[in-house]
Design a binder for this molecule. Structure first.
Ligand code: SAM
Length: 385
C-alpha cells in the first residue's frame, strides 16, 4: 500500500522492472558469448586453462551445449566425413581376478554365471564378423588367469594369420610390459585400457587397495611406448566424481594424447557396492565427448554401449556430439547376457553385429554411414600402426 501510494504501477514497470530485466538479459547474453568463446578457443588451440574446462562442464545452457556439439561434429566431419568405423566386440571371458566396486563381473559377485570362450569360438566370431564387413576385432575380457599370456599370444597369432587385413584390438586389463610386448609381436595393433579416473584418491574410492592408479597409468605408458594405438578413458558420473576430477582427466588425456578415447556414463549394477548409486548423466557424457573431439580432432571416439543403454537415441546423440566409432557385439548370443557390467546392458538390435543393417539405417537417418574398413588412427603419432 505504501509503495503504491508513492510510485504508480507504470513507474514500477519503467523505472524498476525493465532495467532489472534488461540487465539480467544482457548478463545472460554475455555469459553465453563467453562460453562460445571458450568453445572457439578449444577448437582453434586444442587446449584450455582449467577455468575454461570448468565453465564448459558446468554450463547447462542449451544454446551453449548445442554450439559445443555442433563445433565438435564439424571437426569430426572435416576429418572423417560422414563415415562411422565399426569394431566387432568379442567378450572373451567374464572371469576376473579384480574386485572393482562398480563392475558387474567383479570377482566378488557370486551371482555371475562365469564363462570363457575357446580359441575356436573366438575365431568363429571373427569369421562371422569378417563376412558381415568387420575389419577390426576387439577382444575384451576380465583379467582371467586361465587365459594365460601364452594363450592370448597364440590366439592373437591365430587371428592375425587367418585375417591378415584386419586390426586386432585387445582390452584385457593390466599386464606386465613383457606380456604387452608379446601380444604386440604376435600381431595385436591396438589396446584399450581406460584409466577410469586420474585422481588417485578417487581411484581408491572405486577400487580395492590392491589396485592402483599409478599402475594403470604405467600400463598406458608401456602400451604407447611399445607401439600400440592406445585408448584410454573414463566413466562419467562414477560415485564420488567431481568436476575437478573430470578436469584432471581432461588434462591427463590432453597430455597423454591417446589415439582412442572411450567415455561412457557409469551405470549401476545391482550386485555391486555401488548398486544403488545414481547413473552418470548423458548430457555430461556428451559434453565431455565434444570437448575431447575439439581437443584431439584425430581421435577415434566410440558412441559407447553404455550411452546406448541409458538412452534409446544415445548412440546417435554420441555421433552428433563428435563420436566416429561404434562397437557392435560379435560375442556368441548365449554368452552376451553374462557379460553384464551394469544393469540392462544393451547387446541386441543395432548394438549387435548381426544388427548391422539396422545400425546402418539408424546412421543414415542422421546423415552417416558405416565404413567397413580397419579405421586406423589418422595421426602419425605411432610409427608402428
Ligand atoms: N578388464 C579390462 C579392463 O580392466 O580394462 C576390460 C574389461 S572392463 C569390464 C571394461 C570397462 O567397462 C571398464 O574400463 C569400465 O570403464 C567399464 N565398466 C565397468 N563397469 C561399469 C559400469 N558399472 N558402468 C559403466 N561402465 C563400466
Amino acid at each position: 500500500w505504501l509503495v503504491r501510494a508513492v510510485v504508480s504501477p507504470d513507474q514500477v514497470r519503467t523505472t524498476i522492472l525493465f532495467p532489472v530485466a534488461g540487465n539480467w538479459y544482457r548478463a545472460c547474453l554475455n555469459a553465453k558469448n563467453l562460453m562460445k568463446i571458450w568453445v572457439d578457443r578449444l577448437k582453434q588451440e586444442h587446449t584450455l586453462p582449467p577455468e575454461g574446462y570448468k565453465a564448459l562442464l558446468t554450463c547447462t545452457h542449451v544454446d551453449v551445449t548445442t554450439y559445443l556439439h555442433r563445433q565438435a561434429q564439424k571437426v569430426t566431419q572435416a576429418r572423417f566425413g560422414n563415415n562411422i568405423y565399426i569394431r566387432g566386440l568379442i567378450e572373451i571371458s567374464n572371469c576376473c581376478r579384480n574386485n572393482c566396486y562398480y563392475c558387474g563381473i567383479r570377482k566378488g559377485n557370486p551371482q555371475v554365471e562365469r564363462y570363457r570362450l575357446s580359441r575356436e569360438t573366438i575365431l568363429d566370431c571373427c569369421t562371422q564378423g569378417y563376412e558381415l564387413g568387420f575389419r577390426t576385432f576387439v577382444m575384451q575380457g576380465g583379467e582371467d588367469a586361465a587365459q594365460s599370456s601364452e594363450w592370448v599370444e597364440e590366439t592373437v597369432a591365430a587371428i592375425r594369420n587367418r585375417f591378415p587385413d584386419c586390426a586386432i584390438t585387445l582390452s584385457l586389463g593390466e599386464k606386465t610390459r613383457e606380456e604387452y610386448e608379446r601380444f604386440f609381436r604376435a600381431g595385436a595393433n591396438r589396446y584399450l585400457l581406460r584409466h577410469e579416473t586420474f585422481n588417485a584418491e578417487h581411484y581408491k574410492l572405486l577400487h580395492p587397495a590392491e589396485m592402483s592408479q599409478q599402475n594403470r597409468i604405467q600400463c598406458l605408458h608401456w602400451l604407447k611406448e611399445i607401439g600400440y594405438q592406445t585408448g584410454t578413458g573414463i566413466m562419467v558420473g562414477s560415485p564420488g566424481q567431481t568436476t575437478d576430477h573430470l578436469i584432471e582427466d581432461i588434462r591427463f588425456i590432453e597430455c597423454f594424447r591417446p589415439q582412442m578415447i572411450g567415455i561412457g556414463p557409469f551405470i549401476p549394477h545391482q550386485n555391486t557396492p555401488f548398486g544403488t548409486s545414481a547413473p552418470g548423466s548423458i548430457e555430461q557424457t556428451l559434453r565431455l565427448l565434444s570437448i575431447f573431439r575439439l581437443m584431439l580432432p584425430d581421435a577415434l571416439i566410440p558412441a559407447t554401449t553404455a550411452l546406448a543403454t541409458l538412452a534409446p537415441d544415445g548412440r546417435e546423440r554420441g555421433i552428433l556430439a563428435g563420436a566416429n566409432v561404434v562397437m557392435p557385439n560379435l560375442s556368441p548370443c548365449e554368452e552376451r547376457i553374462k557379460y553384464a557390467l551394469y544393469n540392462n546392458k544393451a547387446s541386441l538390435g543395432a548394438e549387435a553385429a548381426e544388427g548391422l543393417a539396422m545400425l546402418n539405417k539408424q546412421l543414415q537417418a542422421i546423415g552417416y554411414k558405416v565404413l567397413p574398413t580397419r579405421g586406423d588412427a589418422p595421426n602419425g603419432d605411432n610409427p608402428f600402426k
